[in-house]
Design a binder for this molecule. Structure first.
Ligand SMILES: O=c1ccn([C@@H]2O[C@H](COP(=O)(O)OP(=O)(O)O[C@H]3O[C@H](CO)[C@@H](O)[C@H](O)[C@H]3O)[C@@H](O)[C@H]2O)c(=O)[nH]1
Ligand SMILES: [Mn+2]
Length: 701
């Protein structure tokens, strides 16, 4: 356990057992590789054996890399009450990015903006920027409405100690509060207000005498105002002209509010021209870095996607526990919160919450040198993004114009961030230049966040992961399987390209960060290659079973025990991980199915990466859909995504029945046991999918 001034680090308590397990499992894996290879060398190699050996070797490498996440997992807690007084806190900018009001409904974006404005942080230290990458009239209009609404909302939250500061979330929770609705005249009062919209707060001083009455009155009136804002935005957006994306446009920056008691609120729509590369979200964030450099220039900033509202207003102070801590302030580049979702049901059958990423992987990386940057719900240090390494010398700014453009104003802002205004002679110009080229959010791959976090790590920065009980940010996960797959393919194909880029964790990573930490990035880059393993393992043993060719040792052979051990050991490890994270056995079982499903489908990511690499595909960013109640699922595309899985399923069904029939006839149960077990396992795992297909058929038929 590590104790710092403002935070505590706890190492997993059964770490020794975990490592012992890794060691034993490792020995088993190596001996299996030995078994396969020596078999190939001593017997005339057959195609099935060669392929299965390759598949298992690949899986072994990936298993090995995966252990880096288990090597030293930590979890952290913060002590916000020990932080310096509010007026000694540093400035904080909040960046919200949006693009398309069709997929990202403006009302929802404004909820996020309002929740950011209402962050529990001194308002004179806070600024909120919205990047409207679509340049849409409705977004600007929505911002103005949100700014007006915030003028009432922020004082309301402060006065009544509201914790849930995303208005939509607050009001929908309130609607469930039956006690409140039954309160003397509350609903009647609300209706009255709604009809007349009489909301002059000050003229109701008389109510100050009765706290509860006043609270109810304010509650009713603020809700009415919120609904008015929604209606106004909807009305404005009902004209298709106001929803159009303007892709050829001049920059536009508007100050939405600037008044005491409220943070500065700014609307930014950067210049976009069809002929100029815009670099997607990374480009948008870099624009915000510059614009905010002029206006508020806070040393720290929070980046959130427009669907990720701030659920716990204390997240900023929680993050400051790392940035301000005397021991970690110097080299902490960012503090990451998990991406959690409000639109998932308890039974999250597609594992859209990605437990593995936000529990196992990120906590595992946190004990190495820090989690990756996941794009939303992360607090970053401006210096980390603008200045090479934690030890960057100040003379770096001498040639600032070269890298940051000719704006002296902006360069002044950089100097302020560095806490200096004088410059000295540069010692190593070359190094300075190299570092400077990597300034800001990186464009190496489309996943600007992953690559930027990675580059920060390679330059010696650390990051921290906070997974508090109350989710700090809640967003919108894709709920239909097609959306989920599109997102998966986008991520995994980009990660594969990352593996082949000049910043590859296999080359550049090894030389510039700790080996174990770079292993974690290696695994991320390779994730789509699981598809090869699962496809081979889902076809070969099955076909061989039908033809009576054994691919595993006889059940009585001691080598069989090694295979069995590796299988059971993996399952138990996974089970422990799920259960220790407050999961259930059901979740453990579901996750296996989803993992295989996603792995098989990620063959599309490999193809996509190949196409991009060969220049057959134009760079495009598949924006995920956040308009939840959309019913039109595109059956055709869904079918394409599911094709490999369905094919494998059919093969397994045939192999299951055919195999049993054959074994009964041939009586070679001992040789075929491994393969029979495999198909049975696949059948049991896919049961819900089969059920879904059958019910779908009977519905459509
Ligand atoms: O040209 C673009 C494209 C996207 N966005 C914004 O970027 C955000 C993320 O886009 P989304 O389609 O929601 O991506 P996801 O796949 O859901 O997001 C994950 O992956 C992205 C790529 O790394 C990260 O940026 C995100 O933070 C992370 O949540 C949204 O707010 C968009 O409005 C832009 O501003 N400009
Ligand atoms: Mn998203």
């Amino acid at each position: 356990m590590g104790r710092y001034t403002y935070h505590v680090e706890t190492v997993q308590s059964w770490l020794l057992l975990t490592r012992l397990h890794i060691l034993i499992h490792f020995i088993a894996v190596v001996s299996l590789c030995y078994y396969r290879i020596s078999h190939l060398l001593h017997q005339p190699p057959t195609a099935p054996w060669i392929l299965i050996t390759l598949a298992e070797l690949l899986l072994s490498v990936m298993w090995f890399l995966n252990q880096s996440f288990r090597w030293h997992p930590v979890s952290r807690t913060v002590m916000t009450d020990k932080l310096p007084r509010e007026d000694n806190l540093p400035g904080l900018d909040i960046f919200v990015c949006t693009l398309d009001p069709e997929k990202e409904p403006t009302v929802q974006v404004m909820d996020t903006v309002v929740s950011a404005i209402a962050m529990d942080y001194p308002s004179d230290k806070l600024a909120v920027y919205l990047s409207d990458d679509g340049g849409c009239p409705v977004t600007l209009y929505g911002m103005k409405e949100a700014g007006e609404f915030a003028k009432e909302w922020v004082p309301f939250c402060k006065k009544y100690g509201v914790k849930l500061r995303c208005p939509k979330a607050f009001f929908s929770q309130m609607e469930e509060d039956e006690d409140l609705l039954r309160q003397e005249g509350f609903t009647a009062h609300r209706d009255l207000i709604k009809r007349k919209i009489v909301c002059d707060f000050d003229s109701h001083e008389f109510m100050e005498h009765n706290y509860e009455q006043t609270r109810l009155f304010f509650l009713a009136s603020i809700q009415a105002k919120y609904e008015k804002m929604q209606t106004n935005i909807d009305k404005f957006g009902s004209d298709p002209n106001n929803l159009r994306l303007v892709n050829d446009r001049a920059p536009r920056i508007e100050i939405i509010t600037e008044e005491p008691g409220l943070p500065l609120v700014v609307y930014v729509s950067r210049e976009r021209r069809p002929s100029l590369p815009h670099k997607f979200k990374g480009g948008a964030l870099n624009t915000l870095l510059r614009v905010s450099g002029f206006l508020s220039n806070a040393p720290y900033f929070l980046a959130v996607d427009c669907d990720m509202y701030c659920n716990d207003p204390t997240s900023a102070k929680q993050a400051m526990c790392f940035f301000l801590d005397p021991q970690t302030s110097k080299d902490t580049a960012f503090v990451q919160f998990p991406q959690m979702f409000h639109n998932l049901s308890k039974k999250d059958i597609y594992d859209s919450q990605t437990r593995t990423a936000f529990k196992t992987m990120w906590q595992g990386m946190d004990g190495l040198r820090g989690p990756g940057l996941s794009g939303s719900g992360n607090y970053l240090s401006r210096s980390a993004l603008l200045f090479g390494s934690p030890n960057q010398k100040n003379d770096y700014l001498q040639d600032a114009q070269k890298y940051f453009g000719n704006s002296t104003g902006f360069i002044e802002s950089l100097k302020v961030i560095r806490g200096q205004k004088t410059t000295k002679k540069s010692s190593s110009r070359e190094e300075t230049l190299r570092e400077a080229l990597a300034v800001g959010f990186s464009y190496v791959i489309l996943l600007e966040s992953t690559i930027t976090g990675y580059l920060l790590h390679t330059r010696g920065w650390r990051s921290a992961y906070l997974y508090p009980k109350t989710p700090c940010f809640l967003g919108c996960a894709p709920t239909d399987i097609k959306e989920g797959m599109v997102q998966l393919v986008k991520w995994l194909s980009e990660l594969l390209l990352f593996g082949f880029s000049k910043y590859s964790p296999f080359t550049y990573g090894f030389s510039s960060m700790s080996i174990i930490h770079s292993f974690t990035y290696c695994l991320m880059a390779m994730s789509s290659l699981y598809s090869f393993f699962f496809i081979l393992y889902g076809i070969l043993p099955q076909l061989c079973l039908l033809k009576g060719i054994p691919v595993f040792p006889k059940v009585t052979d001691p080598w069989f025990a090694v295979f069995a051990f590796v299988y059971v050991s993996t399952q138990v490890q996974h089970l422990i991980e799920v259960l220790s994270g407050e999961g259930t056995i059901e979740m453990w079982w579901d996750e296996q199915r989803i993992w295989i499903l996603k792995s098989v489908t990620s063959i599309f990511a490999v193809l996509e990466a190949l196409k991009k690499r060969l220049g057959l595909n134009k760079m495009k960013f598949n924006l995920s859909n956040k308009a939840i109640d959309e019913e039109k699922t595109k059956k055709y595309e869904e079918a394409v995504f599911m094709a490999p899985m369905v094919l494998l399923l059919i093969i397994n069904i045939v192999a299951f029945f055919g195999g049993i029939w054959r074994v009964l006839n041939e009586k070679d149960f001992q040789e075929m046991f491994g393969q029979l077990f495999l198909v049975t396992y696949v059948m049991a795992l896919s049961y819900p999918i089969l059920q879904a297909i059958v019910t779908m058929k009977s519905k459509s038929g």
